[in-house]
Design a protein around this ligand. Structure first.
Ligand SMILES: Cc1ncc(COP(=O)(O)O)c(C=O)c1O
Length: 387
């Protein structure tokens, strides 16, 4: 009996990082969002290659903040959005909550981003104001073609890059490929701040609006020029300004505790990305008879190795019996999820349905070794039937 356990995800926060955090906490800082958060935001933006980043308390909060801020900033000519059918529930749910009309787009059979033909059809038929992309399991969408199509239909593009931190498309990092990008720093993602997330953007107006909406709708975090202009517009004095709300905001803030970890984690991100990319290639070489994602991007900061097995349940049970964790390929199709069916009825899309019925993903994280991959591949092919 082999005693090897291959976990789907593992802690990225080291004992040394926790000890450093504990030492810092003992110094007695305020710990709520403050200078460490601002430092992390500047470093994260520099890493992605955008002018700004905004730290929030999860990737889901990042998606919600992008959606509501685009509306409030007046960037959207209507409340129609295209969302990939293969995505994450909180990629889509903010738009449902904000009463958008949501159109699910099928997946490209190679990279599992949006399918270009279906995208074009939706753009033509529905004339939506917005497209949110998801770079599934680290693989960038076909950005050149997507940007061309969306520009010709006046559709804005944003990215949910929660599974793709560190991946690049033609030399540009995901999250810097559109108007704004979201990231998750939850356990099991590329870096972790326990819970956490961020938005990247280079748009000045959107940045100010997002900073306000992150914190109740007040202007305290907003750059001076916008803060003063808003104050002037509503004739607000210094005292009233403490509790003046320019937007009906949320509280989506993170804390300096999380940002402290984020700064340490960011230092290790290039190495984490390198190992994840190597592991993806090793899986691909070890399982040539099985489908694997391929994209125009590179390097791919792989989240996990996604593939198909005709007998998925049997395969998953076999892996678990050998100490190997695995999961369905993300959420499958949103059009087949109970919450969607209850509201709109089931929606069938060919590639998304295939992902829903046969897709699964195998572990990849920075502690996975080439020996682990050989072990997983051996047990996988003992049972799995390719499609
Ligand atoms: C594509 C995508 N978007 C958003 C999220 C949500 O991130 P969080 O768990 O930080 O809320 C996830 C989570 O895994 C995800 O995969």
């Amino acid at each position: 009996m082999n005693s090897r356990i291959v976990k789907l995800a593992d802690n990225t926060i080291s004992v040394e990082e926790m000890a450093s955090l504990a030492d810092w906490l003992k110094e007695g800082h305020q710990v709520t969002k403050g200078p460490i958060t601002r430092e992390f935001e500047a470093e994260f933006a520099a890493y992605i290659g955008t002018k700004y980043s905004i730290m929030v308390n999860s990737g889901s909060s990042a998606n919600l903040l992008m959606a509501f801020s685009l509306l409030e900033a007046g960037y959207l000519r209507n409340k129609k959005v295209i969302v990939p059918a293969v995505s994450w529930v909180t990629t889509l749910s903010p738009f449902i909550q904000l009463a958008f009309e949501c159109f699910l787009c099928d997946s490209d059979p190679n990279d599992l981003g949006v399918d270009l033909d279906h995208l074009e059809q939706l753009l033509k038929n529905e004339q939506p104001a917005l497209l949110i992309l998801v770079h599934i399991l680290g693989h960038p969408n076909q950005m050149d073609a997507i940007r061309r199509l969306c520009a010709s239909h006046g559709c804005l593009v944003i990215e949910d890059a929660c599974e793709a931190l560190g991946s690049e498309y033609k030399g540009i990092k995901v999250g810097a490929l559109s108007l704004a990008g979201s990231f998750s720093f939850y356990y099991g993602h590329h870096i972790s701040t326990i819970e956490g997330g961020a938005i990247t953007t280079s748009d000045d107006t959107l940045y100010s609006v997002m900073l306000a909406i992150r914190s109740h709708g007040w202007s305290r975090d907003v750059p001076e020029a916008d803060r003063l202009a808003w104050k002037e517009e509503f004739q607000i004095d210094e005292f009233r300004e403490f509790y003046s709300f320019y937007y009906a905001g949320y509280n989506l803030r993170s804390t300096d505790l999380n940002a402290y970890l984020g700064r340490l984690q960011l230092g290790r991100l290039p190495e984490i990305t390198r190992i994840r990319a190597r592991n993806f290639e090793l899986y691909r070489q070890a399982l040539p008879e099985f489908w694997s994602q391929s994209s125009e991007g590179g390097p791919i900061s792989s989240f996990a190795f996604g593939t198909y097995a005709r007998n998925r349940l049997e395969t998953a049970n076999h892996l678990v019996a050998h100490g190997i964790e695995c999961r369905p390929l993300v959420c499958g199709s949103m059009g087949r999820q109970p919450f969607w069916i209850k509201k709109y009825g089931v929606m069938h899309l060919p590639v998304a349905d295939k992902v829903h019925d046969f897709g699964l993903y195998l572990p990849n994280h920075a502690k996975i070794t080439p020996e682990d991959i050989a072990f997983v591949a051996k047990h996988f092919r003992e049972v799995a039937q390719p499609i």
